[in-house]
Write a protein that binds this ligand. Structure first.
Ligand code: HEC
Length: 111
């Protein structure tokens, strides 16, 4: 095999594995959102509605599009998280791990 052919082969293999990496990342991202959605359904939907836009309560701001006006950090602050152990955070009497909370915020930001 010539050097060029080897180089081409190496390049196409690299491109293939980059494609696989991208797919795996997208899949993981999707799984994170689904886990965030499950937490939301359990702890938040009763006041904010399944889609974040329940308008029954005058004092509750709707969450639709919140990811466009607030950063993840600002959303986190508005949840008034209470750290109860280094890895456990309480929000409105529900306990989340840091990972749960990151996933929940990613989901809320996507509403
Ligand atoms: C018992 C009802 C109730 C529950 C349950 C609840 N919220 Fe809220 N939420 C409110 C009210 C009332 C406000 C507005 C006043 C305030 O900030 O407390 C609010 C405000 C917010 C805000 C700030 C919105 C803005 O535009 O400033 C966010 C973000 C939010 N809630 C997300 C959540 C998430 C995520 C959960 C689930 C962990 C949740 N809420 C659970 C009642 C609730």
């Amino acid at each position: 095999m010539t050097f060029t052919r080897v180089a081409c082969l190496a390049l196409s293999l690299a491109a293939l594995s980059a494609g696989a990496d991208k797919k795996a990342r997208e899949k993981e991202q999707e799984a994170r959102l689904r886990r965030g959605e499950a937490s939301y359904g359990m702890a938040c939907a009763r006041c904010h509605g399944e889609d974040g836009n329940l308008g029954n309560y005058a004092y509750i701001r709707t969450l639709g599009g919140i990811g466009k006006r607030l950063t993840h950090k600002e959303i986190r602050q508005r949840l008034r998280p209470l750290e109860i152990t280094p890895d456990e955070i309480s929000i409105r009497s529900h306990i989340f791990t840091r990972k749960d909370l990151d996933e929940l915020i990613a989901y809320v930001a996507s509403l």
